[in-house]
Design a protein around this ligand. Structure first.
Ligand code: G6P
Length: 368
């Protein structure tokens, strides 16, 4: 293992740092070939023209990629999308719509609940399925009519990192492809999306360079027993992913809330002992997030804010800031995944847990 790890201490650390290359390799499909349906299979054009909506099924981190994709699919492609945890969907009485495209997302391609959910959908009459997967020829792509592989390379750490960000690249590419096909994207917009994708690996590298600052925050988190992650809109799934990473590898209790829901419960937990991570890039909801932060600050909560260049935040008493150095527009959730991964990783190091093999968890869950 030490040979494979090179200069890194853990696979998770290595995989976090591989993200610029993994994302570049995955984006190449769209950068070289354009946003064309054929990237997803030879008959994808016909399928994409016939669908009226999308259902995404997944588990774990892949489910959070699905939640993020919903925002892109509805705002860029204007296609109604719902997202469901595979282990819930497969036992539910579903009203199936054969014109709906069923997407499964899975790093391993072998997660039993996701596989069974796909089979269930197919048994109900769904005939169009797309697999977004990292392992070639695994069960899910084999059972799906369309596939686009992420090119993350082997992921060893149980806590998923590069598989997640590459899934997001594929799903963003899908949204642009569908948006173009359905006439919602003109040449100028398409060009802007292409450029954003082209610059993404560099922006991820900038975010990785924040590691020393994030590691300093992580020392404080390592001593806590609980943490709250907040986000709004497309950054809410990133708050969920941040909380999942932290609990998986540090065993610190963490939960995520859409910041607007604070007042309906979690505000009661806030005191000086519970750090609050806020994903707060400059987007249409920034002012709302700032108001939510004031509610927390007024109750003595210590805020750790990930934001970007021109969001006009000032660090203050009880408000710590780390700024990602570039603006990435629609791809902002991908960039903000990086610091929450680093935060969990360094908090785990400080606590001395088994980062790559957290207790009770498996990389690929092929049992019920
Ligand atoms: C396990 C892994 C997670 C992963 C989830 C779904 O819980 O520990 O990292 O997100 O399974 O796995 P999949 O291979 O379907 O993406």
């Amino acid at each position: 293992a030490s040979l494979e790890l090179g200069l890194y201490s853990h696979f998770m650390q290595k995989e976090i740092h591989e993200q610029p290359q993994a994302v570049a390799a995955t984006a190449e499909v769209f950068l070289d070939g354009g946003f064309v349906p054929e990237n997803f299979g030879s008959n994808a054009r016909e399928v994409f023209q016939s669908i009226n909506s999308i259902k995404i099924l997944a588990c774990g981190t892949s489910y959070y990629a699905a939640l993020t994709a919903k925002y892109w699919l509805e705002s860029i492609a204007k296609i109604p999308t719902d997202v469901e945890i595979a282990s819930e969907y497969r036992y539910r009485d579903v009203i199936a719509d054969p014109q709906q495209l069923v997407i499964t997302i899975s790093q391993s391609g072998e997660t039993l609940d996701t596989m069974e959910a796909l089979k269930y959908a197919q048994s109900l009459g769904h005939c169009h399925s797309l697999s977004v997967c990292n392992v070639m020829e695994s069960a899910l792509p084999r059972a799906s009519s369309l596939v686009l592989y992420t090119r993350a390379g082997a992921e060893i750490g149980v806590a998923s990192t590069k598989a997640f960000t590459t899934q997001l690249v594929v799903l963003f590419g899908l949204a642009v492809t569908l948006g173009k096909l359905r006439g919602h994207i003109d040449a100028e917009r398409e060009h802007a999306h292409t450029e954003a994708l082209r610059q993404l690996p560099g922006s991820i590298q900038h975010a990785l360079n924040l590691e020393p600052q994030v590691a300093a925050w992580a020392q404080k988190f390592a001593q806590k027993s609980s943490a709250l992650f907040l986000g709004r809109g497309i950054h809410y799934p990133i708050a969920l992913e941040g909380a999942l990473k932290l609990k998986e590898i540090t065993y610190i209790h963490a939960e995520a809330y859409p910041a607007g829901e604070l007042k309906h419960g979690p505000l009661a937990l806030v005191d000086e002992n519970m750090p609050i991570v806020v994903i707060a890039p400059n987007d249409a909801l920034l002012d709302k997030v700032k108001a939510n932060m004031q509610e927390v600050g007024a109750r003595g909560g210590e805020l750790f804010v990930f934001t970007d260049l021109d969001s006009h935040f000032e660090a203050a008493q009880g408000v710590h800031l780390i700024r990602t150095p570039r603006h990435t527009g629609a791809l902002s959730p991908i960039i903000h995944s990086i610091p929450v991964q680093l935060l969990a990783y360094h908090a785990a190091l400080a606590r001395g847990t088994d980062v790559d093999k957290p207790r009770n968890l498996a990389k690929s869950v092929t049992v019920e």
